[in-house]
Design a protein around this ligand. Structure first.
Ligand code: AMP
Length: 512
């Protein structure tokens, strides 16, 4: 059944379309069967199963249909998960512009979260500690909630949040007066107990964890020094010539490095980061699915829920530290009864994970022998390490996207002055040739440049130059600074006048 065949509100269908979801995943299908009737659901499902969209779509559909405000709270164990759910929610709510979504978690100031509650929130997403804080200070009213979702309940309990969850639920309206959905990887006794106490006759949905039959996958392991892994990757690609491949690394930094080095060597490749915006992630995943992208380098977190059929090869560039991830990784090939191949590179850093993997899959992975890698031509060896580095989302964000309040806004004129490079003949650094006094705007740039050149000199020389250049005005300026500076601040760039003052006063102090 397709999403379009459900009776979702058109605003919700628009979001589903934006997210490029066509058919519901099994957990969604089974949850919708109960949740769209307003029933409580207790769901056993794994990360990557599509559970987030199951509860978000249920909420959004009710939000647009209900006449009165319809508020929901999603309780999660970590800040990262809160952020991820917020991203998914904004994407799926792209057809509902009036919805107000906000996240609440510790480890950051209260200002932004306070502002959100003042403006009003429809969908709260947060971790227990901060949510209880807000409830205790009466900034969030738990009795106003119409829907509660507890995500990754088993993880919440492992982290010691069981009493907090009970406390939160006990401060809400009775279970029959709200809809409650609980998601957990396992339906442990504690999970069931919570459901029994705080849910209203919930329907139970159990989605089996993805079962991978490793027997269908042709596995191999290469023992290789860490420094030669990239050459080995090139060798494997040349030798096996796979139609496409998913390459796993243990860190984001390595994923970026490998993807960039593949590009330098002329291979079409991309990296997948957990912190890439969801739209970009989808774009990359889709280009892989459509056969437009040949190599995708990803970490385990980024590859969660990645459903690419017809994958020819999986490469464990790093042996995973968690043995279960080995099975998840290689299970991405050999889907739907097809046979596939997976190779792993065991280096001195990650070889220690191998024994646990072999115990887990109950087989020895056959060793592959490669000839010398000396002949492999790697065009990325001379590229400076800095160019292969991973930059966080913050670092990648162009400065133009930073908030531009009146304080951040630079007058165009000032921006130009700072950027303008003085011509060499205009700025002799020697004391014998002071900067020309006319041409006002130019003079400032020249002086800035001059000062930075002078600062590179030893202190004694600097003082001599300044004395000669500015003579007695050095002392005078330092004393008279205040009223004049104030005037200057208005007429000249703030940065400039501050810099000047600091420099003069420092030199002056040193002299005394
Ligand atoms: P989750 O288990 O909620 O972390 O979801 C795993 C991944 O599946 C996410 O990247 C979702 O964007 C994706 N996803 C969820 N529902 C669907 C769907 N119906 N079709 C395709 N992808 C989906």
């Amino acid at each position: 059944m397709k999403f379009s065949e459900y009776n979702f509100h058109e605003k919700v269908l628009k979001g589903i379309e934006t997210a490029q979801f066509e058919e519901p995943m099994p957990v969604q299908e089974q949850v919708f069967a109960h949740s769209l009737q307003g029933r409580d659901v207790l769901v056993q499902s794994q990360t990557g199963s599509g559970k987030t969209a199951a509860f978000l779509i249920t909420y959004l559909d009710r939000f647009v249909r209900e006449e009165k405000p319809f508020k929901a709270l999603i309780i999660v164990p970590t800040r990262e998960l809160a952020d991820q759910i917020e991203d998914d929610a904004r994407l799926l709510a792209s057809g509902i512009p009036d919805i107000r979504i906000a996240t609440f978690f510790g480890g950051m100031g209260y200002q932004k979260q306070d502002k959100a509650v003042t403006l009003g929130v429809d969908l709260f997403i947060g971790t227990p500690g901060r949510l209880i804080d807000f409830q205790s200070s009466k900034k969030i009213d738990f009795t106003s909630l119409d829907m509660v979702i507890i995500d990754e309940a088993d993880r919440l309990f492992d982290m010691g949040f069981y009493p907090d969850i009970k406390k939160m639920l006990s401060r809400m309206r009775p279970a029959a007066e709200r809809q409650t959905m609980l998601f957990s990887a396992t339906l442990s006794t504690r999970v069931r107990h919570l459901a029994w106490e705080y849910m209203s006759n919930p329907a139970t949905v159990e989605i089996e964890a993805e079962r991978v039959t490793v027997e269908d996958i042709k596995q191999g392991i290469y023992h290789v020094p860490k420094d030669e892994k990239f050459k080995l990757l090139l060798h494997v690609i040349n030798q096996r010539n796979p139609e496409n491949a998913l390459i796993f690394t243990n860190t984001r930094h390595r994923a970026v490095e490998v993807a960039k080095r593949l590009q330098i060597n002329g291979y079409q490749s991309q990296f997948l980061m957990g912190d890439l915006p969801q739209r970009k992630r989808l774009k990359i995943i889709n280009s892989m699915k459509e056969g437009k992208l040949r190599f995708l380098v990803a970490t385990d977190v980024a590859a969660r829920g990645l459903h690419i059929n017809d994958l020819s090869l999986v490469v464990n560039y790093d042996i995973p530290e968690d043995y279960e991830n080995y099975v998840h990784r290689i299970g991405r090939t050999a889907r739907a009864g097809k046979s596939g191949a997976a190779v792993s590179f065991a280096c001195e850093q990650f070889v220690y994970g191998l024994e646990a993997i072999e115990n887990f899959i109950k087989m020895k992975i056959p060793v592959e022998w490669q000839d010398s890698l000396e002949d492999v031509d790697d065009k990325s060896t001379d590229v400076p390490a800095g160019e292969l580095k991973y930059r966080t989302q913050q670092e990648r964000r162009p400065s133009s996207r930073q908030p531009r309040g009146p304080r951040n806004r630079k007058p165009k004129e000032q921006e130009k002055r700072v950027r303008q490079k003085p011509k060499k003949k205009d700025h002799p650094v020697t004391p014998d040739a002071p900067a020309p006094k006319s041409r006002k705007p130019q003079r400032q740039t020249v002086r800035q440049h001059e000062e930075s050149s002078i600062q590179a000199l030893p202190l004694e020389q600097r003082i001599a130059i300044y004395k000669e250049k500015y003579g007695s005005s050095l002392e005078k300026r330092s004393e008279e600074a205040k009223p004049k500076q104030q005037k200057n601040t208005e007429a000249e760039p703030v940065q400039k006048s501050r810099k000047g003052r600091g420099l003069f006063s420092r030199l002056f102090r040193k002299e005394q």
